[in-house]
Write a protein that binds this ligand. Structure first.
Ligand code: WQD
Length: 330
């Protein structure tokens, strides 16, 4: 029996493939390469000595998705594939709803037609919107402030309705906080096309001299140093969280877990840690707040520890060192 990883050549998907292969799972990758490169499959093989089967297929291509299920014995899907740039989603809502939701519906049709009823979905802390308080628990109210986050919320609702209608399905919703860092080999990491939206890949490109300085989006938030606070989690911890989540598929219906560290760090905390760990100065300028940003967001991660036996173990220093190690190589 195989595990299909949609978006498996992407940042979190590739690290999850490595984790699963190293733990003895047979992995198949489906990806349209819209925000990743085919050589990631080579890197996964270099790291694990196993080359996963790879299909360059878009989830909007229903016949292509059917082909993957026809040709393989898939019993579980880890669903990462989707567009994920907050700012871009505000400018292109129709493309985001079509790509993320229609793609997911095509996947669900083919899963059901092929008696595959186990799904782990890559959701996001963005579904909590502007939280009433922190740390954030899974039972907090849900609201979104941009089309990207709304696609995650809508897909969560679709999966809940599916499980109500068809009790053969088991679904785990994993709400990620802010994944950063890279595999120790430096072969795979966060390598977005174009100018990075996210903080850490922007910082590593400043460190490498590809960008002149970091723009810090506002220092007038109600936080310890005025800059935005987030729950940064090492991508390897996030990957192992997906393996632990497989346990939750043993029960029918929907389970929800935050995957975070429970610690909040500000933008300047990240800059200072990066400079200290890597011995590189990161010039920055304070600029206006970014539209849609919130002051503070970090997880109460105790439910995943209690029910899945999973806890993030890697600290900020390792996140900063591994992110820089990846950038140096790429
Ligand atoms: C982090 C902090 C910025 C860039 C988003 C999505 C979330 C997930 C992770 C996909 C904030 C500040 C950033 C920069 C800065 N995405 N910042 N200068 O916005 O918390 O979360 O990415 O799965 O769903 O919502 O992450 O890395 O963009 O920002 O000052 O050049 O860094 O204001 O405080 P964010 P981020």
């Amino acid at each position: 029996m195989s595990i299909l990883v949609t978006g498996g050549t992407g940042y979190i998907g590739s690290h999850t493939c490595v984790d699963f292969i190293e733990k003895g799972k047979e992995v198949i990758i489906l990806d349209n390469l819209s925000n990743s490169k085919a050589e990631v499959v080579d890197y996964i093989e270099q790291i694990t000595s196993v080359r996963p089967k790879f299909y360059e297929i878009d989830l909007l291509d229903r016949d292509g998705v059917k082909k993957v299920f026809d040709e393989n014995d898939i019993d579980t899907v880890i669903h990462f594939a989707g567009l994920k740039a907050v700012g871009e989603s505000v400018a292109k809502p129709v493309e985001y709803y079509h790509n993320n939701i229609t793609g997911t519906l095509n996947l669900l049709f083919e899963m059901r037609d092929h008696n595959c009823f186990n799904l782990v979905f890559s959701s996001s802390a963005t579904v909590y919107g502007k939280p009433e308080s922190v740390p954030i628990r899974e039972d907090f109210p849900l609201s979104t402030t941009n089309p990207y986050g709304t696609t995650k919320l809508y897909i969560e609702r679709i999966l809940e309705d599916l499980c109500i209608a068809d009790d053969r399905f088991s679904v785990v919703l994993l709400r990620y906080f802010n994944p950063i860092g890279a595999h120790e080999s430096g072969l795979i990491g966060d390598n977005p096309n174009g100018i990075p939206n996210n903080l850490m890949p922007y910082v590593t490109r400043v460190a490498k001299g590809k960008l002149p300085h970091l723009n810090v989006f506002g220092n007038d938030y109600e936080t310890h140093d005025g800059t935005g606070v987030r729950d940064y989690i090492h991508v390897l911890d996030l990957a192992s969280g997906h393996f632990s989540a497989l346990k939750a598929l043993e029960k029918r219906g929907v389970s929800v877990y935050n995957l975070g560290t429970g610690n909040g760090y500000s933008v300047l905390d990240i800059v200072n840690a990066f400079e200290r760990v890597n011995g590189i100065r990161i010039p920055y300028q304070i600029t206006e707040r970014r539209k849609g940003d919130i002051a503070e967001c970090f997880a109460d991660a105790s439910k995943a520890e209690r029910e899945l036996g999973w806890k993030a173990t890697r600290g900020l220093d390792e996140m900063c060192a591994s992110a820089w190690n990846f950038e140096k190589i790429h």
